[in-house]
Design a protein around this ligand. Structure first.
Ligand code: BDR
Ligand code: CA
Length: 315
């Protein structure tokens, strides 16, 4: 089984992806690390602990960064994920599980060091914990098996950003962290809005999940009412993209996606802050450009959404 650390900011789609990971037969979830994003860090951690209890997940929850590396924290997007970050479903006052004693970035370092070349990290929030881990122990780059990231918008399929015309939420939420992790030579695959925008669940799909997938199906239905309404208000279309689950989809079956390799930069200031740009192929740019000397990383440029949504449903 693949040993996985899930780095997350739950978040409705984060919760849906955790349920997917937890149900996947070939996955051993070894840790859940939290980061700010869809809500402040105390709330995303509370939500992760709640999910751990509700679904009897054995993996510990380690609390991570409450602030981005450089920019301000910003206000949580309660209009997307609800004021409790889980679509405003009622949550218990007391959560049984407690966070791990290590902060998330230390938990990542120690887990990777204890399991060299075995840990896959699925990162679906801001990249702050990964950047802190890399700063503290750059050698982990050579010891991680793979990192699958939900983040970015590269313009390969005509979808723009979701926070600005060019920026996606997980990247603009800590652009410096993202740029640092793309600067490192470790095996990164980026599952960005280019493909996640195309994996949209319909109302019929959600109703079928609710009616056939037991407790998990009902839970997904309940937490997604608020989120679905947000997407309907903003796009006029029913259904919504399941962003973070697409990264889990890549982990489970990379043949669902087409990728291309090339160095990536993140814009860290100005009106295009948060934009992700992969060096195009077959072009010779003047020496000294911002991509020079940077390692290649894979970016998803196409996918098979039907097959992916079937995998989610079946799992
Ligand atoms: C990403 O931002 C968050 O709101 C979602 O959970 C997802 O990780 C989509 O841009
Ligand atoms: Ca997320």
């Amino acid at each position: 089984a693949k040993k996985v650390i899930y780095d997350t900011d739950p978040g409705v789609d984060d919760a849906m992806a955790l349920i997917f990971l937890d149900a996947a037969p070939d996955v051993e979830l070894v840790g859940i690390t939290t980061v700010l994003g869809n809500h402040r860090i105390d709330t995303t951690t509370r939500n992760a602990l709640f999910l751990k209890d509700y679904f009897n997940i054995a993996a510990p929850v380690a609390q991570g960064a409450g602030k981005p590396l450089v920019i301000d924290e910003g206000e949580p997007p309660v209009y997307v994920h609800g004021s409790n970050g889980l679509g405003d479903i009622p949550l218990p006052d007391i959560i049984r599980s407690k966070p791990h004693e290590l902060p998330a970035h230390r938990f990542i370092i120690e887990t990777v060091r204890a399991n060299p070349h075995e840990i896959s990290i699925v990162a679906v929030g801001r990249m702050t914990n990964l950047a802190l881990a890399l700063r503290e122990d750059p050698e982990i780059a050579a010891l991680v098996k793979e990192i699958v990231i939900m983040g970015g918008a590269f313009g390969y399929r005509g979808h723009g950003g979701n926070v600005t015309p060019v920026a996606e939420a997980n990247i603009i939420g800590d652009p410096h962290a993202a740029d640092e992790i793309f600067a490192a030579s470790w095996p990164i695959v980026v599952v960005g809005l280019d493909v996640t925008q195309e994996a949209v669940v319909s109302l019929t799909y959600l109703e079928q999940l609710r009616d056939t997938a037991g407790r998990a199906g009902q839970f997904i239905w309940d937490i997604s009412r608020f989120y679905e309404n947000f997407y309907f208000q903003s796009t006029g279309l029913p259904g919504f993209p399941v962003h973070d689950s697409s990264a889990v989809g890549y982990l489970l079956d990379p043949t669902l996606f087409t990728t291309r390799a090339g160095p990536i930069r993140v814009v860290t200031e100005g009106i295009a802050i948060g934009q992700t740009i992969q060096m195009p192929n077959n072009r010779s740019f003047p020496p000294g450009n911002a991509w020079e000397g940077r390692p290649d990383h894979l970016v998803c440029i196409d996918s098979d959404p039907e097959r992916f949504l079937k995998l989610y449903f079946d799992t």
